[in-house]
Every structure is written in C-alpha cells, then in structure tokens.
Write a protein that binds this ligand. Structure first.
Ligand code: URP
Ligand code: ZN
Ligand code: ZN
Length: 472
C-alpha cells in the first residue's frame, strides 16, 4: 500500500518546506519532489494545505475511577477524540492499585488494548512506596515504561512524602526512568479545605481558594531541590503558575535537568470561571489561576521554558444525569453534579485531548505567540523525544511511523461540544472562533479521519514500548 501526499507545506520542529511525502504501508518512505506515481495506491492533493506530524499527548486519564465515578472517555472514545483533533499517540497514567506494579500495568492493558484506536503507552503512578516497590520500579522498563509520576498533594490518597520522592528519584535515575511530579503543597491544601468546610464554604470557587498559588510555587521549588539532591532529571506536569515556571526557568539557566509541561487550560482560564453558575466545569487540580499566571505560563511557552504542551485530559460530564448521544447510543456518566453541595466531591479534571492542537494552533500560532515550528516542537517532537518515542513518532522523517495530519490553514469555524468528539456534555472552548482545521489524519499510514468522518477502529491502536528518555 503506497500513498503519496502531494504538494503540501510540510512543517516539522526544524523547518517548513514544500514537499511530497511518500508513505509505504505504516512508514514514511521518502520526502521529496517529483516522485513517480507508478504503483501508488492513493494520491492526496495537499496543495495549499499544511502537513504536520500527528500530535502526541503525554498526559491523559482515560477510564480513571475518581470519587464515585469514572472519567467519561475510555481508551476508545478518548483515542477517537484525540484523532479528530490531530493527535495520533497518547500516554495514559496507570493507577498503583494492585499488589505489584506489573499487575497494575496489566489492569491498564485490560482496559486499553482492545479499545485503543491510536497508538498508546503508559506512565506508572507511584502513590505507595516501600522496599518491594523500590525493587519493582526498574522492572517497569521491561514493560516498555520509562516514566513514573509522584504527587506532592492529594494527602491520604496519592501523595508521597519527600523522603520517598527522593528515593524514587534515585532509583529512577539508575534505571533510565523519568520522574514526573504533580507539584502542589498537600499539607496546606488539607488545612485550607478543612477550614473552608468548617466555615460552610461549599461552592466550586473554594476548590481554587484551598489550593493556593504559593503552595504550587513552593512545591515546584522543592521538587527542583529534591531532584538536585537526588541528581536526577525531573519533569513537572501541568504547570500553571508564573512563580512555578519562573523556578523552572531559573533551574534550566543553571543547566539543571528540569523540564516542564503545561496544558491549554492554564493559558486561558482563571479562578473567576469557578464563580460562574456552571463553575464546576473548570474544576481541575491544580486549579486554573489568575491572569498574571496565564501570562507567566504563556511567556514560558514562548521562550521554551516549557518543553511540552499536554492536556491532562480527564473529562467528566457537567450534568451526568442527562444522557448525550454517542455513536447512536444514549449515555450518561455521573460527573460534576456529584459535588453540587460540596466542592471536595466534584470530580477533578477537564476534557482537552481533542481540543489541544486546534485551540493552540489558533491561539498560539495564528495569534502570534509561537511559530508553526515551535507548535510542532511542543505538540509532537518534544513529547516524543522526552518520552522515548523519537524518531518513530513526533516527526516527519524517512522510517518514522506515518502519523500525519493534513490541515487547512484557511478554514474558520466555531468550536464547541458539537464539533469536538470528546465523550462529555460540555467543552471549555464553546463558541470560540478557530482558524485552521484538520482535514485528514493518518495513523501508521492508515487514514483514520477524513473530513470529519471516522475510519478508525477499536483495537487499531498499538501499545508502544518506549526507549530511552531524553532530557531537553
Ligand atoms: O484534575 C485533574 N488534573 N485530574 C487528574 C489527576 C491529576 O492530578 O493529573
Ligand atoms: Zn497531576
Ligand atoms: Zn493528570
């Protein structure tokens, strides 16, 4: 099977060129001009279109149990939404809820393998640590996993104490595993939540008020110092404060192996959204912050302090008592309404896996914050390099997987829940006018999205065993 994508403007992290792309079976065979069309199965005219690598979202939570419900996209619906939004690989987080790490990973394979519609991999959460787990962490490499996430917040649930974090960092470093850190101050949150509830504060905005900016800033600084003490690289997830990204910038200027990831929600929304009658829609952890923080995070995106733009996709219905139609079936999954009378019971998380590329193209590239090449770097190439997928994924090179998105840069449209394919009843970007539409998406050479029509399938995605991490 040979496909020729002809006449497109090919954008990679390094360059923008006019070129044809020859795909043979699952791989990019060649990039150039004037290929013979003999033996070509399908010729795609990409004149006036942009051709970019498929996106890689390294931070998703599909089918994640939380409080009395579960995130509303599973490993099929979430993958499908990702594909419509130009993303062809995802990395999801495995909960540590079985006796051994291997058993926990198997649980995630059982959830994902038969449903996967795009290629996928896993990070392992370390939320409980002892000498047995210490021995198991290096064995994750044999399962194709080269990253673990630890939490400085969610006391009594997911948090690890600093002593355990430094132990995880040392072991990870020895095994070529990257430590990802969720940085907030769990103790401060615990005190503030307790005080808020005692004072009768139950509204969504108290979610943000009890997870203070300074707690995040302090925790980011502490995380950097722990990684320095452990002499281990670190990658801080979902960064959201000006103070936090400033600490990462300082560390990187000192040549420390510190990397940062942010997500679109931390560029566009503030805690004031939580004051709206439907404020629960914006509840995520860490919370959305202030205009100053948005500006600080934008600056960190522009100047490369943040290497990766992910989503932390963890969607819930806003009103999980009212069904939506999904692939012809009516479905409702308990969601944000669970916390109607207590903000601590609102499931934490936002939809975004399908929104990321489209929103960031308009808001990032069209509005002049980043260049098209920086866009590809943050959305595709850096995620692949950091997490050991490069050059199989995240770029357009001979021999790379033919994961490609063809964009119409001129098409303007109004975005929202009706457009997005995420399995939830709302969209954060409802009514936003976007410029730049995704027309076709190839995953390993197979056309899986064509003009808003789905050609992918459950089980079409493959588990990716990841190689060496790269510290950027
Ligand atoms: O609110 C969020 N982000 N839920 C997912 C869990 C996490 O900490 O990433
Ligand atoms: Zn987190
Ligand atoms: Zn997350």
């Amino acid at each position: 099977m040979k496909t020729l994508i002809k006449g497109g403007t090919v954008i990679t992290a390094a360059e923008t060129i006019l070129a044809d792309i020859l795909i043979e079976d699952e791989k990019i065979k060649a990039i150039g001009l004037d290929f013979s069309e003999e033996g070509i199965t399908s010729v795609i005219n990409a004149l006036g279109k942009l051709v970019m690598p498929g996106g890689i979202d390294v931070h998703t939570h599909f089918d994640l149990p939380m409080f009395d419900t579960v995130s509303s996209d599973d490993h099929y619906t979430g993958h499908k939404a990702a594909a419509f939004g130009g993303t062809t690989s995802v990395i999801d987080f495995v909960s540590q809820d079985k006796e051994t790490l291997k058993e926990s990973v198997e649980t995630w394979h059982k959830k994902a393998d038969k449903k996967a519609a795009i290629d996928f991999s896993f990070h392992m959460n370390i939320t409980h640590f002892d000498e047995k787990i210490a021995k198991e962490i290096p064995q994750l490499r044999e399962l194709g996993i080269n990253s673990v996430k630890v939490f400085t917040a969610y006391n009594h649930r997911l948090r690890l104490d600093d002593g355990y974090i430094i132990k995880v960092m040392r072991i990870a470093k020895e095994s070529g595993i990257l430590v990802l850190v969720h940085a907030e101050n769990g103790d401060v949150i615990e005190v503030l939540v307790d005080e808020a509830l005692r004072a009768g504060h139950t509204e969504p905005v108290w979610h943000a008020r009890t997870r203070p900016t300074l707690g995040e800033v302090e925790s980011v600084y502490r995380t950097i110092k722990l990684s320095e003490l452990a002499e281990s690289p670190v990658y801080i997830v979902h960064m959201n404060t000006k103070g936090g990204v400033d600490h990462v910038r300082d560390a990187r200027q000192k040549r420390l192996p510190v990397m940062g990831e942010t997500c679109p929600q931390y560029l566009f929304f503030t805690a004031d959204y939580l004051l709206r009658p439907d404020g629960a829609k914006w509840i995520c952890s860490p919370p959305v912050r202030s205009k100053e923080d948005n500006a600080g995070v934008w600056h960190a995106v522009e100047d490369g302090t943040m290497q990766v733009m992910a989503t932390d996709h963890c969607p819930f219905f806003y009103d999980g008592t009212t069904p939506i139609e999904y692939e012809g079936v009516r479905i409702a999954i308990p969601g944000k309404e669970l916390g109607k009378s207590d903000f601590t019971k609102i499931p934490n998380g936002l939809p975004g896996v399908g929104d990321r590329m489209l929103v960031m193209w308009t808001k990032g590239v069209v509005e002049g914050h980043i260049s098209p090449n920086q866009f590809v770097q943050m959305m595709c190439t850096n995620p692949a390099k950091v997490f050991g997928l490069y050059p199989q994924k995240g770029t357009i090179l001979p021999g790379s997987d033919a994961d490609l998105a063809i964009w119409d840069p001129d098409r303007e449209f109004t975005y929202g829940v009706k457009f997005s394919q995420q399995r939830t009843d709302y969209n954060l970007y409802e009514g936003w006018n976007l410029k730049g539409a995704i027309e076709k998406v190839f995953m390993r050479g197979k056309l899986i999205v064509d003009d808003q029509v789905w050609h992918g399938n459950r089980g079409g995605g493959r588990y990716i065993r990841r190689g060496e991490i790269t510290v950027l």
